[in-house]
Design a protein around this ligand. Structure first.
Ligand SMILES: *Cc1c(COP(=O)(O)O)cnc(C)c1O
Length: 360
């Protein structure tokens, strides 16, 4: 069986060597030494100043929205994972969708301003598949209207934009270290901000609003993560360059093997070093996609329809404007299997089956 992804697992003994210390210290969670070590190592690795390790990427989004005290409407993209939209709704705000650009799959900055109203408090955009949004345009709009910017950077680990981590943009960037992501801590996530005061607020929010053992400064949540998860992160970080280069290598083999396939690709920003976090292809039509998917599935190969359906069509957001580009791309896009232990022969097989489905 070949799934869309398979989590990276380090050598078992490498992992247990860190777990041993947890037994000795008997400190399992609540900002333990491994959590602190992971935060330090991530800040070093990413060259960012303020980062908090959290229980997952969804809580990261909720904490970011809460920390910026966002109210009313938040402008966002219909082409992302559902957590981008559901976090906005969960925090009592209204998602206002702006359609994506057909080449980049990211929110189209030229359509943002017409969606801004007096109730707009922020823009929440996703760097889709690790491809940077048009950051300068988005920031200029936000500055002009005095609204905040959050990036859902769940796919962005390892992407650099103008030689800086893609996490280093916007008021807050959130990310996920879920097992399906290219850098993972089993479950996990983080918030990154250039603003020290926001980090302080998010640190209370992560820990029930505690300010010392008996004082509560804000309505908080439990967004903490454990020593066991941090241990997986510390170890996986040691292997990150190997993970990134393997994904690039496999992606280039796909490119080569799929030359005769009638599909289009995402346009990656020229100003970035890309992380090859996904391998999306866009078919001519949904019918073509379904035919290819059936061919792959019958050979026990399971790509995923990221992202389908378009988020403006789900039950709790329906009734808003149609998003023709997002709805169209959503219906035709497929992410092919891509993971560290995938073999060249498996990439060849997937490619061969796709070409066979096309030419049959
Ligand atoms: C994975 C993902 C999330 C959610 O992260 P979790 O850690 O699974 O909660 C949010 N947004 C995007 C774009 C994602 O891909």
């Amino acid at each position: 069986m070949i799934n869309v992804t398979q989590p990276f697992l380090p050598d078992f003994n490498e992992y247990t060597s860190l777990i041993q210390g947890i037994w000795e210290r008997k400190w399992l969670t609540n900002n333990g030494p491994l959590v602190n070590e992971l935060e330090l190592k991530l800040k070093e690795h990413l060259s960012v100043n303020h980062l908090l390790y959290l229980s997952n990427g969804t809580v990261a989004l909720q904490i970011a929205i809460k920390a910026l005290d966002l109210k009313g409407e938040i402008i966002t993209t219909p082409f992302s994972y559902v957590a981008t939209t559901s976090s906005i709704v969960w925090e009592g705000c209204k998602p206002v969708f702006v359609d994506i650009h057909p080449a980049t799959f990211n929110i189209d900055p030229d359509k943002i301003e017409q969606a801004i109203s007096s109730n707009t408090s922020a823009i929440l955009a996703t760097h889709v598949f690790g491809n940077p949004c048009e950051i300068e345009k988005i920031q200029a709009i936000a500055d002009r209207h005095k609204i905040k910017v959050i990036y859902d950077a769940a796919h962005a680990f390892g992407t650099k934009y103008h030689n800086r981590s893609l996490f280093d943009y916007g008021d807050i960037s959130t990310t996920s270290f879920h097992a399906t992501k290219l850098f993972h801590t089993i479950e996990g996530g983080a918030v990154i901000t250039p603003q020290k005061h926001l980090l302080e607020i998010m640190a209370w929010l992560r820990n029930f609003g505690h300010h010392g053992p008996e004082e509560f400064r804000a309505v908080g949540i439990n967004g903490k993560n454990s020593e066991f998860h941090a241990a997986m992160g510390i170890i996986n970080l040691r292997h990150i360059s190997e993970i990134l280069s393997k994904r690039k290598e496999l992606s280039l083999i796909y490119d080569q093997r799929l030359e005769g396939l009638n599909v289009s690709r995402q346009r990656i920003s020229p100003n970035c070093t890309y992380n090859y976090s996904y391998y999306p292809i866009v078919f001519e039509s949904e019918a073509h996609l379904l035919k290819s998917l059936a061919e792959l599935n019958s050979n026990r190969i399971f790509p995923r329809r990221y992202f389908w359906p378009s988020l403006n069509t789900i039950s709790y957001t329906r009734g808003q404007q149609q998003m023709p580009i997002s709805e169209d791309i959503s219906s035709r896009i497929l992410c092919l299997p891509l993971y560290h232990t995938m073999t060249e022969a498996e990439v060849h097989l997937v490619a061969r089956l796709l070409l066979r489905a096309q030419n049959n």
